[in-house]
Design a protein around this ligand. Structure first.
Ligand SMILES: Cc1cc2nc3c(=O)[nH]c(=O)nc-3n(C[C@H](O)[C@H](O)[C@H](O)COP(=O)(O)O)c2cc1C
Length: 193
């Protein structure tokens, strides 16, 4: 939460974590607007901006989408219905030049792009005191039906959004050490890779 009117980027990075418990409290419209604007300004290959951001805040629709992120067998997203808002990032066709470049170089630029857009979403949400969790596991066909998305469009990520539940203590999940994930001037696998 912004307390002194600004937050260092490194503080924001520490603050953002996946939130899997939410309060039953609505999210203010201005906060959602701010998040939408941050996604809009995300960089992308050739500035293609190959995504549509769907904010799902109608309770019935949101509930249907949330229930399509888990099943009785795969239940790790069972927390999703608690979130008062869900966001869906679709993967749209990029500009022709990006499509050609991607094919020539065998690169999936739109996937990279929506990852960055999702990071903008989650970091902006954290700055205004909201919790998020990116979901990569969901019933794509079912959600496309609910949101009337054409069968040829792929869904990239779903993001839960809302005020974190009480048990949201800051706990930076274990990350690889800098030595393991970074090297200078030549490629080196970390000691335990
Ligand atoms: C592409 C992607 C897909 C993810 N899918 C899920 C998911 O389906 N369910 C879930 O609970 N978390 C999911 N996560 C969250 C990761 O588990 C989480 O970011 C990671 O464990 C690091 O923890 P942190 O976000 O708290 O720092 C996903 C994250 C990413 C980037």
């Amino acid at each position: 939460m912004i307390e002194r009117g600004y937050m260092d980027f490194s503080e924001l990075i520490q603050l953002r974590q996946s939130v899997r418990a939410y309060q039953d409290k609505p999210v203010e419209g201005w906060k959602i607007e701010k998040i939408i604007e941050s996604v809009r300004l995300a960089p992308s290959a050739s500035n293609s901006q190959p995504w549509q951001l769907i904010i799902v805040d109608d309770p019935d629709t949101k509930d249907k989408v949330a229930h399509a992120t888990y099943s009785s067998l795969i239940s790790f997203n069972k927390f999703a219905p608690q979130a008062p808002v869900l966001a869906v990032l679709t993967i749209e066709k990029p500009k022709l030049i990006t499509q050609i470049g991607g094919r020539l170089k065998d690169r999936e630029f739109p996937l990279i792009d929506i990852g960055i857009a999702a990071a903008h979403f989650c970091l902006q949400a954290a700055e205004v005191g909201l919790g998020t969790c990116m979901l990569g596991w969901f019933n794509e066909e079912e959600i496309k039906k609910i949101l009337q998305i054409s069968s040829t469009t792929r869904l990239g990520l779903i993001i839960t959004l809302g005020y974190a539940g009480e048990d949201n203590k800051l706990r930076k999940k274990i990350r690889k050490s800098q030595e393991k994930m970074c090297s200078f001037n030549s490629y080196k696998l970390g000691r335990n890779n």
